[in-house]
Design a protein around this ligand. Structure first.
Ligand code: ZN
Ligand code: ZN
Length: 91
């Protein structure tokens, strides 16, 4: 399975995300689209990622993630917006 674990789309380029932040001693990294990765960090603080959203299942249960996934699935797989994404864009 080569798809992005967050949005499920094909992933020509991937960006590595540590489920537990590397600064908190996390070693397990997963591949994500760059935009999916940026979304995670724009939405959750490091301590939330460490304590609550440290599995892909926990992330996918979150309503903000579900809204983002719905939005990003309509975009081309190489879509990326380099501007700092606002949290309101996909609501
Ligand atoms: Zn993705
Ligand atoms: Zn990350």
């Amino acid at each position: 399975m080569n798809g992005c674990p967050l949005c499920g789309r094909e992933m020509p380029f991937k960006s590595r995300h540590h489920l537990v932040p590397a600064t908190e001693g996390g070693k397990e990294a997963i591949g994500l689209h760059r935009i999916c990765h940026d979304f995670i960090h724009a939405t959750f603080h490091e301590n939330e990622l460490r304590d609550t959203y440290n599995t892909i299942e926990a992330l996918l249960r979150e309503e903000r993630v579900q809204k983002f996934v719905k939005w990003v699935r309509k975009k081309p797989v190489d879509f990326y917006t380099p501007t700092k994404m606002s949290n309101t864009r996909w609501r």
